[in-house]
Design a protein around this ligand. Structure first.
Ligand code: IMP
Ligand code: MG
Length: 369
């Protein structure tokens, strides 16, 4: 990940991939033009790196020149194209190949066509290294395209964000989510997860997503996903991971501006952990840590029996049921502990002590993320 001015960018297209795309453009154009000596025209500033690499790869004689246009402000294309340096030579009856670093809205390309309207060139071919089909709103034919990309702002290999990034040999893409801290909170029944989640949520301004609550909310409000989940529950079947993931996805999207999330009750299996990683990756974000409250079994049993006296929850009243729930928990977390440990993201915190003491232990972990 890199930071330019105020924005974060993630690796997107490697120098190696760019090299292959440029080589292919050079080969394709050379094959089409035969023995004709073309005039390659780079559109400055962005195309300087492409043009330099391209002409080195071009296997035959050619001429190279530049025109300089400007249309971008920050990360937005504007319609107002400025012609800073125009054509400086006669191109009558020549084959001209425009070399663009990127074609986005096509406004710049429109200006290029305007420039060539009265030049009486033999043919005007357009070659662009990057092309954003979703952003392109013109009808001009693009003869050679290095790589189609989605409509997201990129930097590197000549392309800049307010002056920075042109020098980078690789291309980076703007992260849609700028920076989040996302935690999977784990703890056996009776470990005090709920209490700690509430505290962390306040302290770090995180959104607490309890899968159980999300299910109940969706079912109660009869959302499409809620009804789908209910249809499995009613049949006594487990809700498929994809349904749960879709619900979580909605929750995450609802809170796109959040500082981060505390996931509670999810994931419970390796497959779910992977699915959650993918979900966060799609949001240009990541799970930073699994934080597990560690409490000795005997302490848990005592706490839960104590709670059972007042909570009225039948599953808190019976010692063998309690022990079974704790065993279940360890069977499941063992897998997840391995999953997150393998990524150096597992953090155990001693869950015995006063609420404040435990809170301090958790904060110590989170402050280091
Ligand atoms: P268009 O006029 O919208 O097609 O945009 C063309 C010009 O905008 C390019 O030559 C670039 O200078 C700039 N541009 C378009 N997309 C990007 C991007 O993703 N990153 C950096 N500059 C861009
Ligand atoms: Mg440009």
């Amino acid at each position: 990940m890199i930071k330019l001015h105020d924005l974060y960018f993630k690796p997107f297209i490697s120098a190696k991939e760019i090299d292959i795309a440029v080589q292919k453009m050079a080969d394709d154009i050379a094959a089409d033009l035969g023995d004709e000596v073309p005039v390659f025209i780079g559109i400055l500033n962005g195309s300087f790196m492409l043009v330099s690499d391209f002409v080195k790869k071009y296997p035959k004689a050619c001429e190279v020149t530049f025109i300089k246009l400007a249309s971008y402000e920050g990360v937005k294309s504007t319609e107002d194209i400025q012609r800073l340096i125009g054509l400086t030579q006669d191109l009558t009856d020549r084959t001209v190949v425009i070399l663009e670093d990127i074609i986005d809205s096509g406004n710049t390309l429109e200006e290029v066509h305007r420039i060539f309207e009265n030049e009486n060139v033999k043919q005007l071919l357009i070659a662009t290294l990057f092309y954003k089909p979703e952003a392109y709103s013109k009808d001009f034919k693009l003869h050679y395209i290095g790589k189609e990309i989605s409509d997201k702002f990129i930097v590197g290999y000549g392309l800049d964000y307010d002056g920075l990034g042109r020098d980078l040999p690789d291309v980076y893409q703007l992260k849609t989510t700028q920076h989040m801290t996302n935690i999977v909170l784990f703890g056996p029944p009776g470990a005090g997860k709920g209490t700690q989640a509430n505290f962390l949520k306040e302290k770090y301004d995180l959104i607490h997503i309890s899968t159980g609550d999300v299910f109940r909310y969706n079912i109660k409000n009869k959302t499409a996903l809620g009804m789908l989940a209910k249809s499995f529950i009613d049949k006594g079947e487990l809700v498929p991971d994809q349904v749960t993931i879709d619900m979580l996805n909605k929750e995450v999207e609802k809170n796109a501006d959040a500082n981060g999330f505390i996931f509670d009750g999810f994931p419970r299996t390796n497959a779910q952990a992977k699915a959650l990683d993918e979900l966060m990756d799609n949001k240009d974000s990541q799970i930073d840590a699994m934080v597990a409250l560690e409490v000795d079994d005997e302490v848990l049993v005592k706490r839960l029996l104590e709670r059972g006296k007042t909570s009225g929850r039948p599953d808190d009243a019976d010692e063998s049921i309690i022990r079974n729930r704790i065993k279940e928990y360890y069977n499941k977390t063992a897998i997840l502990k391995d999953y997150y440990s393998a990524q150096n993201k597992y953090f155990g915190a001693d869950g015995v002590g006063s609420i404040e003491e435990i809170t301090v232990r958790l904060s110590t972990v989170i402050d280091k993320l």
